[in-house]
Design a protein around this ligand. Structure first.
Ligand code: PBG
Ligand code: ZN
Length: 270
């Protein structure tokens, strides 16, 4: 971890999102809020070695649950309200370990309010919340789910009852509105490039700090096409970033960040 972070810092990447993959998963995802959990340890180490690196915690259960869902299961559905308590506890554990900001990605209703209240009660009044607000039930998350193991754990189960319908753009605005009202400091649209119309609408409607998540499947498509010699990786990646900015992104979460920072440092111009 310190080696990877050092490379990012040297190249000019200013902020990093942390995800944890625990050794053991259980039904209630207890690894997510363990004070000595993998991600909590990572925050402590990162802030010790790179105090100026802005560290963001992805707050969700699915990397930690044996069933791969983003919340606590009750029979065949995710129990929204029981999940809120666990998410709040997880967010506080991140802040306590040194996270500068928390980013809930679970898509439960009411989680921003629950997390905000828990952070405040525990003295983290200045820890902002970046909400994954318009998060669609997308197949573009495939490589991420393979990496964290939630793909095989989910089996034939899906997240369609809490993540959004890709065919429904209006619902994204509802979700963003709720999260801002509950106290989100920034909102996010996810996935990225196939959802730029949503990003544009969100920015036009709310004028809030809005991030775009260029997700694992999008990254994989670029990398595999480049490896096959089908595209010019550098130009297409930079075009992708520029298009996200054009559509209204104030910031972009991307696995291409190290590449992009390197190319920018070399003085690349599109
Ligand atoms: C966890 C989470 C996911 C992603 C980010 N946070 C996966 C999911 O919702 O199943 C996807 C990231 C990516 O594909 O790059 N809730
Ligand atoms: Zn999740």
């Amino acid at each position: 971890l310190p080696y990877a972070l050092e490379e990012l810092v040297k190249t000019g990447v200013g902020s990093v999102m942390f995800f944890g993959i625990p050794d053991h998963k259980d039904a209630c995802g207890s690894g997510a809020y363990d004070e000595n959990g993998i991600v909590q340890k990572a925050f402590r180490e990162a802030k010790k070695q790179f105090p100026d690196l802005y560290c963001i915690g992805d707050v969700c259960m699915c990397e930690y649950t044996s069933h791969g869902h983003c919340g606590i299961l009750c029979g065949h559905y995710v129990d929204n309200d029981r999940t809120l308590e666990v998410l709040a506890r997880t967010a506080v554990s991140h802040a306590r370990a040194g996270a500068d900001m928390v980013a809930p990605s679970d898509m439960m209703d009411g989680r921003v309010a629950a997390i905000r209240a828990a952070l405040d009660e525990n003295g983290f009044v200045n820890t902002p919340v970046m909400a994954y607000s318009a998060k669609f039930a997308s197949t573009f998350y495939g490589p991420f789910r393979d990496a964290v193991g939630s793909s095989s754990n989910l089996g034939r189960s899906n997240k369609n009852v809490y993540q959004q319908d890709p065919a429904n753009g209006n619902e994204a605005l509802w979700e963003i509105g709720y999260d801002l009202q509950e106290g989100a400091d920034m909102v996010m649209v996810k996935p990225g490039i196939p959802y730029l119309d949503v990003l544009w609408r969100v920015k036009e409607e709310f004028k809030a700090p809005t991030f775009l998540y260029h997700v694992s499947g999008e990254y994989a498509m670029l990398k595999f096409a480049a490896a096959a010699g089908a595209i010019d990786e550098k130009k297409i990646t930079m075009e992708t970033m520029i298009c996200a900015k054009r559509a209204g992104a104030d910031g972009i979460l991307t696995y291409c960040s190290l590449d992009v920072a390197r190319w920018l440092k070399e003085g690349y111009e599109y």
